[in-house]
Write a protein that binds this ligand. Structure first.
Ligand SMILES: [Fe+2]
Length: 189
């Protein structure tokens, strides 16, 4: 199954990343998966041109038309331009093809120039950029570029924000703790 190949590549991308270990302890066995209705988003058009040799990126690109791409926010949150350049797809979790109620894993896409204002959530989170160098901010720290392959850990309720430059961003994410389907609390616009 294409989904199973995708899941193997995504899991392998986190190999050797210490911050991911507690999340991966709850990684589900690959087996029968939920049927999810595929749905696209405008941000998916950036996938084809994304740079990088990440096998997970290649697997996501190949599977993209069969994935369910979603948005947590509406235009009232960060505006219509944000929605045109933002979306995510869950692979593991309460909604994704592989069911798990202890952790979630998926990919976030952001288009060039998108600013993802400060937000926070109960879940603890690890991001792993697989294409594109965006600027990331945590708490009161300055924005700083994070290269592909460098994990970012957000503890529960720590505010964080992203600024995407000229390259689109694809970042894998892991979530655990709290409501795995909760919407973030918006702190900045
Ligand atoms: Fe987050």
């Amino acid at each position: 199954m294409a989904f199973e190949a995708l899941l193997r590549q995504v899991r392998a991308a986190f190999d050797g990343i210490a911050a991911a270990r507690p999340f991966l302890a709850d990684w589900p066995e690959v087996g029968p998966h939920r049927v999810v209705q595929p749905s696209g988003l405008p941000v998916c058009r950036w996938l084809d041109g994304m740079e990088g040799a990440s096998p997970a990126l290649a697997a996501i690109r190949a599977a993209a038309p069969t994935l369910r791409w979603q948005q947590t926010y509406g235009a009232q949150d960060f505006g219509a331009d944000f929605l045109a350049g933002y979306g995510w797809s869950e692979f593991v979790g309460l909604r994704g093809p592989f069911a798990c109620d202890r952790m979630a894993c998926g990919v976030l896409l952001l288009a060039p120039g998108v600013v993802y204002p400060a937000h926070a959530h109960e879940a603890e989170e690890v991001y792993l950029p697989i294409s594109g160098v965006a600027e990331w901010q945590q708490g009161d720290a300055d924005f700083a570029p994070v290269p592909v392959g460098q994990p970012i850990h957000h503890a529960s309720w720590v505010p964080h924000a992203m600024r995407v430059g000229s390259e689109p961003l694809a970042a894998l994410y892991l979530w655990r703790g709290g409501d795995l389907a909760a919407k973030s609390v918006i702190l900045g616009r």
